[in-house]
Write a protein that binds this ligand. Structure first.
Ligand SMILES: NC(=O)c1ccc[n+]([C@@H]2O[C@H](COP(=O)([O-])OP(=O)(O)OC[C@H]3O[C@@H](n4cnc5c(N)ncnc54)[C@H](OP(=O)(O)O)[C@@H]3O)[C@@H](O)[C@H]2O)c1
Length: 194
């Protein structure tokens, strides 16, 4: 049984992945989000809801206690968020991080030039890659809402394949990464339908 801290738990992908964790595993979840009243507890026996901002050091460190895995599903000031997460994980001796980024951060999408809107994604990825954590960065394509679970992974340095990927595919991958020790450790993976 694994304890998973989900940061940015009200995000679209985080909510979908919470559902898949509860359906497919016996993981215990801590849902960390701003304005926690927005979220209903789907399973009080296994889920704890914590109100907090990732940029609040004390609240973040408190939420890390006893966790095995941190799954960060964030947006916005991502470089600072990554710095706070790495530092809080070190302080709490939590090593496993799954961090959602975006396709395109290395200019790896064929036919597309790097866009500055991706700067926070690229900068936060650099912070995590420079850490000594057991991280997996995911660089998904555009999210779709169909129920198909089918995805291909590309490694850093390889051209990205395809353009989109279903939320259910990403959730399937995130749950496997969180519950399989050593899987894709210290990797940055492109994820798409291929
Ligand atoms: N949609 C796509 O097709 C696509 C494709 C590739 C990559 N992505 C990226 O993948 C990531 C996850 O996607 P998503 O759709 O789940 O995103 P989302 O719905 O925008 O969720 C991001 C979450 O981050 C939270 N957040 C931002 N700053 C925070 C902070 N300082 N402390 C705590 N929480 C904070 C937001 O909380 P609040 O609700 O409180 O604002 C929000 O719930 C995003 O970065 C997105 O850009 C998306």
């Amino acid at each position: 049984m694994v304890n998973v801290l989900i940061l940015g738990a009200n995000g679209q992908l985080a909510r979908n992945t919470t559902r898949v964790f509860l359906r497919d595993t016996d993981a215990k979840l801590t849902l960390y989000l701003r304005r926690a009243s927005r979220l209903r507890n789907p399973d009080p026996g296994r889920v704890r809801i914590v109100e907090g901002d990732v940029l609040e050091r004390a609240a973040l460190e408190a939420a890390m206690k006893g966790q095995d895995v941190v799954y960060a599903n964030l947006a916005g000031a991502m470089k600072a968020q990554a710095e706070f997460i790495v530092s809080a994980m070190r302080a709490s001796n939590v090593r496993r991080l799954i961090f959602i980024s975006s396709m395109g951060i290395y200019g790896e999408v064929p036919g597309e030039r790097y866009q500055s809107v991706l700067d926070p994604y690229r900068d936060s990825a650099a912070v995590i890659e420079a850490s000594d954590l057991d991280y997996t960065l995911l660089r998904p394509g555009w999210f779709t809402h169909d129920r198909e679970v089918r995805y291909e992974l590309t490694q850093k340095g390889e051209p990205f394949k395809g353009h989109d990927v279903s939320l259910d595919s990403l959730s399937d991958l995130i749950v496997k990464l969180a519950t399989t020790q050593g899987m894709e450790s210290r990797k940055s993976l492109g994820v798409s339908r291929g």
